[in-house]
Design a binder for this molecule. Sequence first.
Ligand code: ADP
Length: 394
Amino acid sequence: MTPLDTILLLLLVAAAAMIFWQRAQAAALQQRHSRELAEQRNAREAELQAQSNRTAALFDRMVEGILVVGADGRVRLVNPAAATLFQVTLPVVGRTVLEATRHHEVAALVARMTTEPEVLNHELRLEGLATTRYLQVNALALLATDGTPDGAILVFHDLTRLRQLEAVRQDFVANVSHELRTPLSLIKSAAETLIDGGKHDPAVTSRFLVIIDKHANRLTLLIDDLLLLARLDSGRMELNLQPVGLRVAAQEALDDAALIARARDVRLENNVTEGVIAAADPERLRQVLTNLIDNAIKYGRAGGRVAVGGRIVDRGRVEITVADDGPGIPLEAKTRIFERFYRADKARSREQGGTGLGLAIVKNVVQAHGGDVRVESTLGAGTEFFITLPAAKT
Ligand code: ADP
């Protein structure tokens, strides 16, 4: 081999080496590039997955019910809140809106989406077996990427509780107005009788002044009870909690009631065990006991007996009871007597000057103490109210 051949050979080898090196470099570059692409793809997929998990969690946890309907009018998605609202028990994806919700009004709303792209704040009243439900619906027609209709999304907000509270408030205002109007009109007509000449006859004057005084007192009692309930409702009532011996507390309330008990010839008994101590606000507890004892005398048997009992229930709780041997409370009234203005015996309550708020106050005060109240009654045999209160810490 000539030196020239050697040089040519070396050049050839060098060129081949160069080509190999360049190919290896390109392959490595390619590999790195694909690795980076794969990494980017994985990161994007992970982000998409996380996003989808977040959306699913949001969808599942939303208080609002969501119903997604396809262009074919069949359900595509239902979140748990919507399933609860419509009491859906079976899988409903793929069914018609009517099959899924069993309400024509909802199906009609979905049909309306074909002509209206958006329905806002539409209120539905759904008559159910047990209750009527009120739903606010916002609905939006969906479009596919090419602009063709692609079904709709409906968002339901349950207004039932709100409507029920509104109804309670309206009833309450109507009741208060009625309760105020009755004594007021009696006071007014008594005053008119006096103005119209009655005042010239001393007997008529004193009779009508007694009427005015009685109904003015009734108004005062009513307003005091209403103000107390308003304070209890707003949570503004501060309790002056302290250890209260129930035997002494019962005796004080019984002494307060002695006069009205005598008028009905009712025997009063204090059977509270010594050493039963509640953590209570003494003034409020006295009011609770007075309301229960007054009721037991008013609605119990003339010539009968009213007994206050008390015992330790367990380490944390004490119980106080007020029992009478009167006619009892009918079953249908038993669940309602703690409602404001509910009266089992309307005539007797009005005759006795009751405000219809006594037991509502008892319940609220006891609950503000963290306690409970319940009633047991047997027609013809008597009624017993049970109150549990936290025991004083020793
Ligand atoms: P009222 O001002 O009418 O007494 P309450 O809220 O104190 O209002 O009581 C509600 C109703 O519960 C009363 O109107 C009465 O019909 C019934 N009631 C309460 N206590 C008794 C009882 N011991 N025996 C029978 N009925 C009772």
